[in-house]
Design a protein around this ligand. Structure first.
Ligand SMILES: Nc1nc2c(ncn2[C@@H]2O[C@H](COP(=O)(O)OP(=O)(O)OP(=O)(O)O)[C@@H](O)[C@H]2O)c(=O)[nH]1
Ligand SMILES: [Mg+2]
Length: 434
């Protein structure tokens, strides 16, 4: 097993830079660079010297003997001054030791998983935590990194295994009189309620993706309705071209913003009209497709004419009356009035969006399934569980086997089995040094 090293803190220069080393050579490295091994897990201030005894820097050194480290291996952290030359000099010195090499992206975390320091869902949570940009993303990632999903899946596995054990006991003692029938009844009742828990867990996926990937708002409406102007106003920058020529926007344009601490993806689209040229028609086709995938559609009109909202798909559609500084009151038709020109109604619109987001995503984002692979495996698990629960006339052996398969799918999520194919994908999400 190689000993790996990397700069684990961010871009240089910085106040402090943290270089992390993990693997069997770590202890020798510490002795070579600072002369002796300090007490475990205690920060000590030392001169860090190369092999010619010339000083590289003075900094904090933290020695973590196995297994009490992030990776579960012998590890050490050097906290240096964050100058490029300082960090380069230490990395160069480390590279000259035999058995040492630069870490690959996510390799520290991958070793932590390999050594049982965390399960796969916790590793994914950690990747999300590092990538988090909004407050809700942070909360979701932190709860996953702290084991919220692991607890759910492991808890379900335990119940499935218990149920299977009870069923198998019933098979073994089928001829004897002392196995009370009510035990089996209890087992199947619990499996029924597990089934419901899995279903509602799956139903939370939409909320999780609204948090993790962003809540998708799509702005649609007739050409010149003021869609691009609204998008720019929400984003606070001139992302889309605004002009008085109808048909200005021809392709969907996206902006990432944070509304009430939540990631929102706002898409501006081509104005929808009948007699469009071929490029514009393609833009309209894309606009309708975007609207069909949206979590919310803002339908703008400055003429009081709104098409049937059903054409946009299943997401809620809000009517927004634009350019209210210009147009007649009677065009408003119960719509949300805004004027980008007069900066009117925009704060109210944002307030309403904030409320809607809070309702749609919910305040409690802990323990939602955040990855497609969670969903795929929970669905597979649910399918086997349904077979077990509803095949009342099937032989008990078959029903017990379905319970085993159901638990097996959950083990794929936490990384207990069948994970080789997904490890590369999961850990490549990390940066180098994590
Ligand atoms: N008076 C007034 N003019 C506005 C307002 N919002 C937008 N406009 C003007 O309306 C025209 C069209 O605005 P855009 O934002 O380009 O409209 P659009 O819906 O994106 O148009 P297309 O991309 O062509 O479909 C521009 O000249 C804007 O300056 C507003 O609130 N009040
Ligand atoms: Mg436009």
């Amino acid at each position: 097993m190689d000993t790996i090293y990397a700069l684990s803190s961010g871009g240089l220069p910085s106040g402090v830079a943290v270089v992390r080393v993990s693997g069997p050579e770590s202890g020798n490295i510490v002795r070579a660079l600072i002369g002796s091994l300090p007490a475990p897990r205690l920060a000590v201030l030392r001169s860090i010297r190369d092999r010619n005894k010339s000083e590289i820097d003075r900094g904090l050194v933290l020695w973590f003997p196995a297994p009490g480290s992030f990776t579960g291996e012998d590890s050490v952290e050097f906290h240096l001054h964050g100058g490029r030359a300082v960090v380069d000099r230490l990395l160069e010195e480390l590279s000259s030791f035999p058995g040492l090499r630069m870490a690959e992206a996510g390799e520290f975390s991958r070793r932590a998983f390999g050594n049982g320091k965390m399960d796969l869902t916790e590793a994914e949570g950690l990747a999300d935590l590092i990538a988090s940009e909004t407050e809700t993303q942070r909360l979701l990632a932190l709860s996953q990194a702290s084991g919220a999903l692991k607890e759910i899946y492991e808890g379900w596995q335990r119940r499935l295994l218990h149920a299977r054990a009870m069923i198998e006991a019933e098979i073994d003692f089928a001829d004897e009189e002392d196995v009370p029938g009510s035990v089996a009844d209890q087992v199947w009742a619990d499996m029924q309620s597990l089934l419901e828990e899995m279903k509602s867990h799956i139903a939370g996926a939409k909320r999780a993706s609204a948090v993790r990937e962003g809540f998708r708002i799509v702005i649609v409406g007739a050409p010149n309705a003021g869609k691009s102007s609204l998008m720019n106003a929400l984003a606070g920058s001139e992302i889309a071209i605004v002009s008085d020529e109808p048909g200005t926007t021809r392709d969907a344009l996206e902006a990432r913003l944070s509304i009430g601490g939540r990631l929102v993806l706002v898409t501006d689209t081509a104005g929808i009209r009948e007699q469009a040229g071929s490029i514009e028609a393609e833009g309209i086709r894309r606009a309708l497709k975007r609207a069909a995938d949206a979590d919310l559609v803002l339908f703008l009109s400055d003429s009081g004419v709104w098409a049937d909202p059903d054409v946009f798909g299943t997401a809620p559609v809000w009517k927004v009356a634009s350019k209210v500084d210009l147009v007649n009151e009677r065009f408003r038709d119960n719509a949300i009035p805004i004027s980008v020109e007069a900066a009117d109604g925009l704060n109210q619109l944002i307030d309403s969006l904030e409320k809607h987001l809070a309702d749609a995503v919910g305040m409690d984002v802990s323990s939602l399934p955040t990855r497609q692979r969670h969903l795929d495996n929970v669905r597979a698990s649910l399918e086997e569980l349904q077979k077990a629960v509803f095949s009342e006339n099937a032989p008990l052996e078959l029903r017990a086997e379905s319970l085993r398969l159901s638990a097996f799918s959950l083990g794929r999520i936490t990384g207990q089995h069948g994970v080789e194919d997904v490890l590369g994908v999961i850990f490549s999400e990390f940066c180098i040094g994590k």
